[in-house]
Design a protein around this ligand. Sequence first.
Ligand SMILES: Cc1cc2nc3c(=O)[nH]c(=O)nc-3n(C[C@H](O)[C@H](O)[C@H](O)COP(=O)(O)OP(=O)(O)OC[C@H]3O[C@@H](n4cnc5c(N)ncnc54)[C@H](O)[C@@H]3O)c2cc1C
Length: 518
Amino acid sequence: MKQTDILIIGTGIAGSIAAITAADNGNRVTVLTKTDDIVSGSTSIAQGGIIYKAPDDTPEKLAADIMTAGAGHCWEPAVMQLATLGPKLVEDLLLSRFNVDFDKTDNHLDLTAEGAHSLRRIIHCKDITGRHIIKAIHKTLVEHPNITILTNHIAIDLLTLSHHSKNSVDIYKHPACFGAIVFDANSGATFPIFAHKTILATGGLGQIFLHTTNPREATGDGIALASRAGVRCFNLEYIQFHPTAFYNEHYQQTRFLISESMRGEGGKLIDKNGNEFMQRFHHLGSLAPRDVVARSIQTVLQETSAPCVFLDITAKGEDWLQNRFPEIFTNCLQMGVNISNEPIPVIPAAHYSCGGIGVNLNGRTSFQRLYAVGEISCTGVHGANRLASTSLLEALVWGYTAGNDVCISKEDDDYFPPIYDWVSETEDMDNILMVQDWSSIKNTMWNYVGLFRTNQRLQRAIKMLTELKIEIERFYKRTKLSREIIELRNGIETAIAVTNATIASPVSRGAHYIINNE
Ligand SMILES: Cc1cc2nc3c(=O)[nH]c(=O)nc-3n(C[C@H](O)[C@H](O)[C@H](O)COP(=O)(O)OP(=O)(O)OC[C@H]3O[C@@H](n4cnc5c(N)ncnc54)[C@H](O)[C@@H]3O)c2cc1C
């Protein structure tokens, strides 16, 4: 029997910080990632930066910006925790302990601006901030004597008293999680990992949409695991669509991001005729909140019948651009666009889930012994819309508070009931079904649960997705287990959870925009 004190699912910033914090406190920690490299998920491709503090900053000023962006729907205690503890943890952990090499000018941290921030308070490592942060954290993660890392290990379902215990009277107890069922893609084996406490840190869900900036791993697994177990999720209708992902008609899957900080550094949005258009929609122009910019672009696309708009940063020289945005510069060049002398073609794409598994200030969910941290969680910080560069900070803060909270033990923590054996299937996967099912999920979500929602579109979406789920469950039940089939099952579950949350939210707010409401 595999057993650990703390099971953590995900090796992004949230899972890694939780693991190190819990392990520092003497716990035996097991960390899973579904990829063969521990560097995976959105953290490693985060570009713009992480909030620190401006010289004249205060927690109250940061909190005010977050709450304005969140459209009056933020949970103030969570916002204040982020605004007070966040900059301190950046200092203690990222700067002092992990020595992340943030960019400096004249020996001072280089502070940049992003949309809807009232001050320049974001630190960065050129435009590859996430990669620098996670590599520095992983150095400690892999060397920590109390941490075991299992790559290519995919959590299939949470082990819960109500679903998996052979003791029938466990159903009367408070809902609790005692680990997860895991598929080892290296060996093909499936087995339970029993844990005193389990932390979900599985990242985002962008892959359920046709256009997304998220990596392949972002199939919303944590939401699916939680939904199937009956763990409370909320705010899932608030999907943030990033306004500027690189557009290329031949390249449709993950669209690389054109960072918001490019607009912070003076980049202007123009239509196909070269006209600036953002002032028409918002007084902050190109630096308006993301949802406003994304919907404005979509409106301009409809008005001009164009497939994309453009971001013009040609006012900056080639040397400056190559130095400040090396990754974007190179990626665009590989797609045939030299951003120093021509504007960048861009469209909106699903980028961030503001909602998720509901948690308290320490990452505790509605289930005992179960925590959620990072993008998969909903702390209430983002409300109806996320302020740029708050998500890495939120993952850092809640990874830390959850990593400490799991150390408070309770009597029932080592209750591991007998469970039913796993039954393996043998049929080979039908790839055509897989491709078509994903295409149906992604197109339905993009067209009916995307930037502009209507009741009619949402009703159509839920009907199609519910029917598809029945087919996918049948497909899943008879097919030999693989990462692909597990992700497809999670993708449809998460798509339904997002659509149901959207249907239940009749009022437009922040990132959720519903046109008519008959
Ligand atoms: C292109 C891009 C740019 C961004 N730029 C910024 C930025 O500049 N600043 C900012 O603050 N935020 C930014 N964000 C958002 C931010 O990067 C993410 O919200 C944050 O990194 C999420 O961290 P996480 O630890 O929660 O999850 P992730 O980093 O996504 O990690 C998820 C982990 O879970 C694992 N996993 C998932 N499912 C399973 C499963 N079933 N079993 C086992 N393992 C599993 C994955 O393999 C991965 O290791 C950006 C996002 C994107 C996509």
